[in-house]
Design a binder for this molecule. Structure first.
Ligand SMILES: [Zn+2]
Ligand SMILES: [Zn+2]
Length: 158
């Protein structure tokens, strides 16, 4: 005879092994019903996190999840923007050193919506093009005379 360490009942040795398996499982199940999550996370940061959720922070949580991809997007855009500027600076350095823009590989196509926007005509350009365009556009628009004369009444756009 041998004793089951879980329920302390006695069994024949050859039956004990089998019983212990079952006994363990049934005890584990009972424990699960009790509150496995609480047991696992108690005393950790997750505990407070869970509490927050249970307190009806569900909506807030969802909102936060909805916002986070936006953040990632912004970051990606920023990185592309920085890469763009860096490429433009490299091109500029190349030109300054007496090279030609034609020597350079074309800038990688980018879906970046953060191209530099011309403050005069509101068109968007990549960094290099904007550097060339904006001073030109600025002199053109200042030559046009008083504002509000260009093609219709002002205030109609945007
Ligand atoms: Zn047992
Ligand atoms: Zn412009």
């Amino acid at each position: 005879m041998a004793q089951c360490p879980i329920c302390t009942r006695s069994f024949a040795k050859d039956r004990l092994e089998k019983h212990q398996e079952i006994c363990e499982k049934s005890h584990a199940k009972k424990r699960k019903v009790f509150d496995p999550v609480k047991m696992r996370v108690s005393g950790t940061e997750s505990e407070q996190y869970l509490k927050k959720i249970k307190q009806g922070g569900d909506k807030q949580q969802k909102n936060r999840y909805r916002q986070s991809p936006k953040k990632v997007d912004w970051r990606k855009q920023h990185e592309e923007f920085v890469a763009n500027i860096r490429a433009a600076k490299m091109a500029q350095a190349h030109v300054d050193a007496g090279g030609s823009l034609a020597d350079l590989p074309p800038p990688p196509p980018s879906e970046n919506p953060d191209y530099v926007q011309c403050p005069h005509c509101e068109r968007r350009f990549n960094e290099a093009a904007a550097e060339r365009h904006i001073p030109k556009c600025s002199s053109i628009s200042s030559n046009k005379g008083p504002p509000g004369k260009q093609g219709g009444k002002r205030g109609g756009r945007r």
